[in-house]
Design a protein around this ligand. Structure first.
Ligand code: 1CP
Length: 345
């Protein structure tokens, strides 16, 4: 146990603090000029993520600028399909493109034989970040949840409709469940390796949970996430885990109870006061300022941030956005947000 208290970790252990810890999703990335400069040093985005020197520096940039309470490992949820042998490319301005998996033959081409080796630079990054962080700053490791990663693997690209994978889930349950099982296994191993390398908390990003029909929610979201949480906690019972089932407001209570997560990321479509009524009181809430408010900054952003902090008084709570900070956001607005949340009127 670390002798220095880390507000972010204390909150995930159930402590309600007068001043909430703060970090923001996508805090490292394109809205920072120093990230855009660093990004030019790698030929493509996967190489960037798998070069420890670059990933360590990208992780530390927002910590130096803002002193967030937590750093998040710089990596991407699509490193898992890459490590399983699927072709993954990030095209400039177009987002990710994958060679889609649509049948048993496609699934059979995945192999975890080399996954740990391909992902080993990530563990080197985790060790390097841990060695460089201020003593009060926690390090979050992460992965995509099986459903969200599977949407990219099956659809072959981003997007929000997810018709192909939804049809697969309904019409070809054996194939769908087998893909999800592969991801549960690979993701559990990947997250455990991050903890062993020095990650102090984990976040499971289910960015596309909101496109899952209610009748599939347990099979696609809650069940697979619960299995990952159980696998990680069997080996590392003390590592706190945050689940972020974006767009799944109506399922937050059952999701929190069935998965056993220590914290719930709440998106900005969901009223965080409602989340507080359905999520057990010992489970921390994290969120949920609308990222567009940080584009303009000013009194509207500040009032809404204060409203959220006030609504969460007395509850274990971590301030964050409802989704990632967007690339055109002026960095000085983020600095102001941090000051407001920490109480500098
Ligand atoms: O060249 C570039 O700079 C590419 C932009 C970029 C960045 C900075 C991508 C491509 N990924 C990342 C880093 C990243 N991705 C981090 C670490 C940085 C940080 O948070 O500080 C994390 C945690 C992620 C996670 C991630 N990747 C998610 C889940 C979180 C979320 O925002 O919903 C998802 C869905 C992805 C997929 C992804 N990676 C990148 C793109 C363009 C996309 C597609 C997004 C989409 O489909 O809309």
């Amino acid at each position: 146990m670390s002798p220095v208290s880390k507000p972010f970790l204390e909150t995930l252990r159930g402590q309600a603090r007068a001043v909430p810890p703060i970090w923001i999703m996508r805090q490292a990335g394109r809205y920072l000029p120093e990230y855009r400069a660093l990004r030019l040093k790698a030929r493509n985005f996967i190489d960037f993520c798998l070069t420890p020197e670059l990933a360590i520096e990208a992780t530390l940039q927002p910590i130096r600028r803002y002193g967030f309470d937590a750093a998040i490992l710089f990596a991407d949820i699509l490193l898992i399909p890459h490590a399983l042998g699927q072709s993954v490319a990030f095209l400039e301005g177009e987002g990710p493109k994958l060679e889609p998996i649509r049948d048993a033959a496609g699934l059979a081409r995945l192999s975890d034989a080399r996954a740990a080796e391909i992902l080993s630079p990530v563990m080197e990054s985790v060790r390097g970040i841990r060695a460089s962080l201020p003593s009060e700053t926690a390090l979050i490791g992460f992965a995509g949840a099986p459903w969200t990663v599977a949407t990219y693997m099956v659809e072959g690209a981003g997007g929000s409709d997810h018709t192909i994978i939804r049809r697969m889930a309904w019409q070809e349950p054996v194939l769908f469940d087998a893909l999800i099982d592969r991801l549960v296994e690979a993701t559990s191993a990947y997250l455990m390796a991050q903890v062993e390398a020095g990650a102090e908390a984990l976040q499971i990003f289910d960015t596309w949970a909101g496109s899952v029909p209610a009748g599939l929610f347990e099979r696609a979201v809650t069940g697979p996430t619960a299995r990952i949480v159980a696998a990680v906690k069997a080996k590392h019972p003390d590592v706190p885990i945050i689940g972020f089932p974006r767009g799944a407001g109506g399922h937050l209570g059952p999701y929190a109870r069935a998965t056993g997560v220590d914290g719930i990321g709440v998106d900005h479509m969901c009223d965080i006061a409602f989340a507080a009524t359905v999520v057990p009181p010992n489970v921390a809430l994290q969120g949920n300022l609308d990222p567009v408010l940080v584009l303009d900054g000013g009194p509207v952003m500040e009032d809404e941030a204060r409203r959220i902090v006030t609504a969460m008084k007395g509850r274990p709570f971590i301030f964050n956005l409802g989704h990632g900070v967007t690339p055109p956001t002026p960095p000085e607005n983020v600095a102001r947000l941090v000051a407001v949340v920490r109480g500098a009127n």
